[in-house]
Design a binder for this molecule. Structure first.
Ligand code: BGC
Length: 364
């Protein structure tokens, strides 16, 4: 069978081996001249259908760069779910003389060509949150993404058994992430490990193009027509796709709603958890993720290459990496995890529509 690029990215995902070693600089050298105290640093993020990029990743990254390097300038672009657009944005940043690129790829295979172009100009690339299928990466910063999938699926099957739903009573719909995102295949792998061992059947599953909530919603509507009350739970890979799934279930008059998972602790996702529409989300501390990327970008701009905490293999190359821990959040953990970490304030979360639910959940 001929290997498609998609098969290749999946192969990379399954080959990714994390070794608890420090130490490799991966032979990348910074070849851009000029004053590092006035370096331009490029930040490229993948989509605008997910709140985190504009509300957390970008501001945290800019904040940390400003703290570490007052004279540095961050060039920012969002690809809006378009790999060709991201390629152009990266090329334009290289033309403008960026010293480092921090790249969260819309398409982890296509973005290898950006890494190649950058390398030719001596510009190191940090893969931010999503891995890129290139051995020339300077660093990779993300979370333990298979663990994200396991946490989501474990919460779902635990909830089903708590509700007294037996495996024979029905099955689960899986709304996975984008087929161009290496993280999505890792979330799916982790989730399958748990669901496949649980006895609950997967009725059907869907890789949502571009993580588009509207496409998730349309797909779930079709499955409700197909499976009706046999749907006892929905694995949704993040909060926007969970929102899409919940909208279809409500539109079809499904009541009570089956438990639905999510990820990102988006404001809308947390508010759905408070009202009981969504069962859980996964909290990923985005401040340390963005800060780590900013710190490494400033290091690279100054020709420094600190060791990674772990190594992640891309083909034969061991990429120095930093992988943070995700945490499962149901209603009972909103206060102790999300609010306690300062991700949102009680005031932001508990607006008048949610005041009663917040009191009930012990959040306010
Ligand atoms: C990120 C998630 C995000 C999704 C959609 C994934 O790569 O890890 O946090 O919800 O992309 O943008």
């Amino acid at each position: 069978m001929t290997r498609t690029p998609r098969a290749v990215v999946l192969a990379i995902a399954s080959l990714v081996a994390v070794l608890t070693l420090g130490g490799c600089t991966n032979g990348v050298t910074t070849g851009v001249s000029g004053d590092p105290a006035h370096a331009k640093i490029g930040l490229l993020l993948p989509d605008s259908v997910t709140a985190r990029y504009e509300s957390a990743d970008r501001p945290y990254f800019e904040q940390r760069i400003a703290e570490l390097c007052g004279g540095c300038e961050v060039l920012y672009a969002n690809a809006d779910g378009d790999a060709a657009k991201q390629q152009q944005q990266a090329e334009s940043m290289l033309t403008q003389g960026v010293r480092v690129l921090v790249l969260d790829p819309f398409d982890g295979v296509a973005a290898a060509s950006i890494v190649g172009l950058a390398k030719a100009r001596g510009v190191p690339v940090i893969a931010y949150d999503r891995l890129i299928a290139s051995p020339d990466l300077a660093y990779y910063i993300s979370f333990d993404n298979e663990l994200v999938g396991r946490l989501q699926a474990q919460a779902l099957v635990d909830r089903l058994s708590e509700l007294g739903v037996a495996p024979g009573d029905g099955g689960i719909l899986m709304v996975n992430g984008s087929p161009t995102d290496n993280n999505a295949s890792q979330f799916k792998k982790g989730a399958h490990e748990v669901i496949d061992a649980s006895g609950y059947e997967v009725l059907a599953e869907f890789d949502t193009p571009g993580w588009d909530p509207g496409k998730a919603q349309d797909w779930v509507s079709g499955q409700i027509t197909r499976f009706g009350s046999r749907i006892v739970g929905v694995y949704a890979a993040n909060d926007p796709t969970a929102g899409g799934a919940i909208a279809s279930l409500k539109a079809a008059g499904v009541s009570p709603l089956p438990p639905v998972t999510g990820q990102d602790a988006e404001l809308a996702g947390l508010q759905r958890i408070l009202t009981g529409d969504q069962y859980m989300t996964v909290y990923k501390a985005l401040r340390p993720e963005a800060f780590q990327a900013a710190e490494l970008a400033v290091d690279l701009a100054n020709g420094r290459m600190p060791e990674g905490k772990v190594q992640v293999d891309v083909g034969d190359a061991a990429i120095p990496s930093f992988l943070l821990e995700p945490l499962a959040v149901t209603r009972g953990e909103i206060r102790s995890i999300v609010i306690a970490d300062g991700f949102f304030t009680v005031k932001q979360l508990c607006t008048s529509d949610y005041a009663a639910a917040c009191r009930e959940a012990g959040v306010a």
